[in-house]
Design a protein around this ligand. Structure first.
Ligand code: MN
Length: 266
């Protein structure tokens, strides 16, 4: 059986690394799915049989959708109680879904009317609610009835060892980092494709104006250092100038690459 390079969806198959998938999506360069040292997974392994395309149930008919839980409400007892799970999924996650769809509607109306007066608030709403939707969708799959009792697949242990020195050290860092996330947020185990390693991140709130899982296609720097010498305080002039020199061929290539990596991973 051939060893396949790790892909975004293969990372998704790792239950304990569910949150990693978000970062993979976010940072995925979009070209060729490149093998991660120590994260090479056998596509035909038993892990593959656990695969669900977890996002398939989270979007339908052009709208975000509350996905069904992959287990019964009582299935995580006593570690995660039924009442909390019901509220968390049926109310809180549902509110993110509704909020994201509402933000998309507002933005669609803004485009139709060419009236972007409320674009800042709508963009913030989309980031907050969209990120909440994506992260919760991954979160439900990050837990498993009965758990794995701390066990992880051999290939994933190798990735832990390479990234954190040892499995125990990585687990200790994940636990410690998650406990001290400032205010509200998430502990995130992620695959970081530049270093080709796993990283552990603290995510405050859950958005900071992005939706976890997106692949950047084109970016414009609006830190003052990017434009101040020429445009001083006139950031709009810089953005207008950028729009004239934007490389849409590059963006198109990245979009094709991102879609290809999804297609080849399925
Ligand atoms: Mn939550």
């Amino acid at each position: 059986m051939a060893i396949m390079p790790v892909s975004r969806r293969q990372v998704l198959k790792l239950g304990c690394a569910g949150a990693a998938a978000a970062m993979v999506d976010k940072l995925w360069a979009g070209e060729q799915a490149k093998p991660a040292k120590g994260v090479n997974l056998n596509k035909e392994s038993s892990m593959a049989s656990q695969n669900n395309d977890i996002f398939k149930d989270a979007f339908e008919n052009g709208k975000y959708k509350l996905p069904a839980l992959p287990y019964d409400y009582k299935a995580l007892e006593p570690f995660y109680d039924e009442q909390t799970l019901r509220l968390h999924h049926d109310k809180h996650h549902a509110a993110y879904v509704a909020g994201a769809n509402m933000a998309l509607d507002k933005l669609e109306n803004a485009r139709k009317n060419n009236d972007f007066a409320a674009v800042k608030a709508a963009s913030k709403d989309l980031a907050f609610n969209g990120s909440g939707h994506v992260l919760h969708t991954i979160f439900w799959h990050s837990m498993k009835p009965g758990g794995n009792n701390g066990q992880m697949p051999a290939e994933f242990k190798d990735a832990f060892k390479e990234s954190f020195g040892s499995v125990d050290a990585g687990l200790a860092q994940f636990s410690a980092a998650t406990k001290v996330v400032e205010a509200s947020g998430w502990g995130v185990l992620a695959f970081e494709p530049v270093s080709d390693k796993l990283v552990i991140l603290q995510c405050e709130k859950h958005q900071d104006l992005t939706i976890w899982g997106v692949t950047p296609l084109l970016v414009c720097d609006v830190w003052e250092h990017a434009y101040y010498l020429k445009y001083q305080n006139a950031r709009p002039d810089w953005v207008d100038a950028f729009m004239k020199i934007a490389n849409w061929d590059f963006a198109a290539q990245r979009l094709a690459g991102a879609k290809q990596s999804l297609a080849t991973a399925s």
